[in-house]
Design a protein around this ligand. Structure first.
Ligand SMILES: Cc1cc2nc3c(=O)[nH]c(=O)nc-3n(C[C@H](O)[C@H](O)[C@H](O)COP(=O)(O)O)c2cc1C
Length: 179
């Protein structure tokens, strides 16, 4: 049995949900998984106890959570040496068109540029639109982003674009690497 930790950044909890699903998948492969919010303070020794470290973050205004960037910067050498993985959640990741892929690549490049970390294993997952929960300004902004991304613009409903099978597959692959 290997031990994993998933450290996640989230705005509206959707990345937390994905992290939870990933954790359940890895546990189902016989491993233990700790789930921690991205503002957690972990010492070098505490992080070293894990066989696998997974960092997850969502995109907000074209960048990932600053506290996740901070965590990654602080532990970059350890992440590089271990079999650490990164997953990024965004609306553009929900579609496979060239322009969507290019936008997601920009988010990933910005993340690597700001943290100095080039994760060897990366997954990108479509996020969620919670129109009914946003305030007026965010509803307006998100509708614009959704339109650009080719997603739903009817703000009377919420939408989840995550491909849960892809999340599961990522979890199975990560679990297999430490077996
Ligand atoms: C204020 C705001 C800004 C966002 N900006 C982007 C963006 O620039 N590009 C994108 O693809 N998705 C963007 N999103 C969509 C989020 O990445 C998506 O809703 C994701 O599911 C959020 O996950 P979370 O609930 O864990 O934060 C934005 C969402 C919000 C609320």
């Amino acid at each position: 049995m290997a031990t994993f930790v998933i450290i996640y950044g989230t705005q509206h909890n959707h990345t937390y949900k994905i992290a939870g699903y990933l954790a359940d998948t890895i546990r189902a492969q016989g491993h233990s998984v700790d789930l921690m919010p991205g503002r957690v303070k972990l010492s070098r020794a505490e992080l070293e106890r894990y066989d696998g470290v997974i960092i997850g973050a969502s995109v907000n205004a074209a960048k990932h959570q600053r506290y996740i960037e901070k965590f990654v910067k602080a532990h970059r050498d350890q992440l590089e040496r271990s079999s650490a993985a990164f997953f990024s959640v965004s609306l553009h990741a929900a579609r496979q068109k060239v322009e969507n892929r290019a936008e997601v690549e920009r988010y990933l490049a910005k993340f690597s540029g700001r943290t100095g970390w080039q994760p060897r294993r990366i997954a990108t997952f479509g996020g969620a639109l919670f129109y009914t929960r946003y305030d007026l300004l965010n509803r307006f902004i998100l509708r614009l982003i959704a339109k650009r991304a080719g997603l739903d613009t009817d703000t009377r409903s919420d939408y989840i674009y995550t491909d849960w099978d892809a999340v599961k597959q990522f979890g199975v692959e990560l679990a297999a690497m430490t077996s």
